[in-house]
Design a protein around this ligand. Structure first.
Ligand code: ADP
Ligand code: MG
Length: 728
């Protein structure tokens, strides 16, 4: 399978295939599946083609005429081809392809152009199907993703070369799916599947092949994850059982509320897992505001009671600082052990971020290294070299969607023995994603919000169609402030200077961004900016209010101070970038106006509005957009406004993003591995593959009993490394 194509194909073909289609090995080519199939008698709708499309059509030559050109020297050949549904003109200069004969069927590939109102191909690539061509005998002609110099039929012929060599095909193909698994799920073997996919005789054969080839993808992926889980389980960590009369008990006494049932249940689950030597690897999902922080704090306290340290990793400095602040507030003197007013039975909460002064960082690093800081809150700075823990027992990662597996691993490596890991996310994760991207973690869910929450309602403000509604939005802001509440105005960009449209101070994050092919109407102008909008509001509709800005370009102390002032209600309206997206907690804020809402992704909007659903008062989120309400973008916004069911939104998010993006951002190089599998549509298959893979990895000698599958898993790991290297 790893045989280079240059050994099987002509050197020129192999070269362009490598350059233009990234096909290097026999495996690559066999896994380069047809995009669709052309059928004789059932044509691509010639009448449905758009100018500029690059397409291949199967059609019959209807007429050929060659004449001398009048303005220029040379001849012009016009060929009309048709498929019964429509017809199209092909144009050739100077007797190229004048050999086409009326009645012949062929494949014609080119870019659809326009000439005097009619669609035509100029100098298309032609592939005439002749009687002795065995393609012609086929009901379905495979059409492949092609490139400039590698046409669909060059791919087809090359694949055929591989497939026809039946003997070597069986030899080449080590079927990664064990026979018993194939039998249980009624799957054809790999050689059959590839033959049926590339040279099918019926749609049934294609379907059968697809099912089998999807299983390949799912099983290899799941086996990789199962192997990961297993090796993590085999490396013992340190048990951190609860201790009476310690920090955890003190935290429970100090909490100003009683835990929800969900918090209690998950808490027990975590307490039990932390008490074992086998490291915990758990994903905690819970709606925005479901109270994950307290759950994490209790787990951290248990670990501190057992003599270990806990690290809490946050995606932004604002959030890290807020966490440190609220932990310190809950712990009171218990969080200031070693200080004058501290409780010696407690511990120390330390904050470590990249922008702290060198002296502060040095001091914090020392406290982390000697173990006096039991709870360490930080950003990516925690991952850096030079941050050594005395005894790291638990890593909590907040808002996981900003952290990749590499970061998780980097922190994990900071313990002498593998620490327990708790990953928290408010972005609900569809089951398929939980089983793939986060497939090495077990999952817990907090479904219930603490009682007494006002909730949030959302509306779209379509300023393109109803400009007056924007005035109404500002009036609502004024009303809320008059009632003693506060407001956020969120913009996609900071403004001023040359910031390239990026408004966030968080790490790079493609997650949640709208798909590139779906552009809002407002894409014609730059996105609205914090500084401009704040200016306009101060001068206009909100001139009577205290309006301030918050964005990632402000120095950390200033950001900190701004957040504190907002929390203390010294600011009425905070105009901000998505720095307020995750975790910012000001219960008195009840309105959020999102400008250019179409610039944000579904889960981002959901996160954002979570900021105004935190107190007892009902929250309101207004999604301002120029996108027409009937456009896909407008409808996406309407869908976000109409539901707060995180799981439905996650699904919507998945639908509007390309699957590759979801998986591509994940831990493994699914890039080349997942071609047919769909996270939206193959949930049942993925679940079954997960069960099978887990069994294969955990029974007997594990993957050693299944060398073909082991090889595929290893190839995926190689692929990962390749992807990783490319990124580096
Ligand atoms: P998230 O899950 O979004 O991270 P937080 O942990 O920030 O949510 O909690 C949101 C707010 O709810 C905080 O102000 C927190 O103090 C409060 N909270 C958490 N648990 C409870 C509870 N059981 N009862 C009442 N309020 C709670
Ligand atoms: Mg949170």
């Amino acid at each position: 399978m790893d045989t280079p194509l240059s050994r099987v194909l002509g050197p020129k073909t192999a070269k362009v295939m490598a350059e233009q289609l990234s096909l290097h090995s026999v495996r690559d080519l066999l896994r380069h599946y047809p995009r669709r199939y052309a059928r004789r008698g059932e044509m691509t709708r010639l009448d449905g083609l758009e100018v500029g499309d690059r397409v291949t059509v199967l059609a019959q030559v209807k007429s050929v005429s060659t004449r001398k050109m009048q303005q220029r020297r040379g001849t012009l050949t016009e060929v009309t081809v048709g498929d019964g549904a429509g017809s199209m003109r092909l144009v050739f200069f100077n007797n190229r392809h004048a050999h086409l004969d009326v009645g012949e069927w062929g494949l014609f590939a080119g870019t659809v152009g326009l000439w005097r109102g009619d669609k035509q191909f100029t100098h298309p690539d032609c592939h005439i199907l002749t009687g002795d061509d065995d393609d012609w005998a086929r009901a379905m002609v495979p059409l492949y993703p092609a490139s400039k110099d590698v046409s669909s039929w060059v791919v087809q012929k090359s694949v055929k070369l591989l497939l026809d060599d039946a003997h070597s095909l069986e030899q080449l193909l080590d079927d990664p799916i064990p026979a018993a698994v194939r039998e249980r799920h009624g799957l054809v073997d790999l050689a059959t599947a590839l033959r049926q996919k590339h040279r099918p005789e019926s749609q049934e054969q294609v379907d059968q092949a697809d099912e089998r080839l999807k299983w390949d993808e799912a099983l290899v992926l799941q086996a990789t994850l199962a192997a990961r889980r297993r090796s993590a389980a085999l490396e013992p960590g340190i048990a951190r059982p609860p201790r009476r009369g310690g920090l955890l008990d003190a935290v429970d006494v100090a909490l100003p509320f009683s835990l929800t049932d969900g918090q209690r249940e998950v808490g027990e689950e975590l307490a039990a897992e932390l008490s074992r030597e086998q490291p915990m690897n758990r994903l905690l999902q819970g709606e925005v505001g479901s109270g994950k922080t307290v759950v994490a704090l209790r787990a951290m306290a248990q670990v501190v009671d057992a003599g270990g340290q806990a690290a809490l990793l946050a995606p932004t400095e604002v959030l890290a600082a807020q966490h440190a602040r609220s932990l310190a507030a809950i712990l009171g003197p218990l969080g200031r052990a070693g200080e004058l007013d501290g409780d010696p039975a407690g511990t120390r909460v330390a904050l470590l971020t990249g922008s702290q002064k060198a002296a502060v960082r040095r001091e914090v690093r020392a406290a982390v290294a000697d173990g006096s800081a039991g709870i360490v809150v930080g950003t990516h700075a925690l991952l850096q070299e030079g941050v050594d823990f005395a005894d790291l027992g638990l890593v909590v990662v907040d808002e996981q969607h900003r952290f990749g597996v590499e970061q998780r691993d980097a922190l994990r490596a900071k313990g002498t023995r593998p620490p327990h890991v708790l990953v928290m996310t408010a972005t609900p994760i569809p089951r398929t994603v939980a089983m793939t991207v986060y497939g090495d973690l077990e999952t817990s869910t907090l479904r219930q919000l603490p009682a007494g929450r006002g909730g949030v309602s959302s509306s779209v403000v379509p300023v393109g169609e109803k400009p007056a509604w924007l005035d109404r939005a500002w009036a609502r802001v004024r009303e809320e402030v008059a009632a003693g509440r506060q407001a956020y105005v969120v913009c996609p960009r900071i403004g001023d200077l040359e910031d390239g449209g990026k408004g966030d101070d968080g790490p790079d994050d493609a997650d949640g961004a709208p798909p590139p092919e779906e552009k809002g109407a407002s894409d014609k102008r730059p996105p609205l900016a914090v500084l401009d909008v704040a200016e306009a509001l101060r001068a206009g509709p909100l001139s009577a209010l205290r309006v301030e800005v918050l964005h990632g370009r402000m120095p950390p102390e200033e950001k900190e101070a701004r957040m504190r002032a907002f929390a203390a209600a010294e600011i009425d309206v905070l105009v901000a970038t998505t720095v307020v997206e995750v975790g910012v907690d000001v219960p008195n804020a009840t309105v959020m106006v999102v400008m250019d809402a179409d610039r944000f992704g579904v889960s981002q909007l959901h996160q954002l509005r979570g900021r105004v659903a935190r107190g007892a008062h009902a929250g309101l989120c207004l999604l301002v957009s120029e996108a027409p309400s009937t456009s896909p973008t407008g409808q996406r916004l309407a869908a976000v406004a109409s539901t707060t069911d995180g799981f439905e939104l996650a699904r919507l998010d998945l639908e509007t993003r390309r699957e590759g993006d979801v998986l591509g951002a994940a831990q493994s190089g699914r890039r080349t591995t997942v071609k047919l599998l769909s996270l939206l549509h193959d949930e049942a298959l993925i679940a079954e593959a997960r069960v099978e893979a887990t069994a294969l990895v955990e029974q007997g000698r594990g993957l050693a009993d299944h060398p073909e599958l082991a090889a595929a898993v290893a190839a995926l790991a190689m692929d990962d490394r390749a992807t990783y290297l490319e990124k580096a």
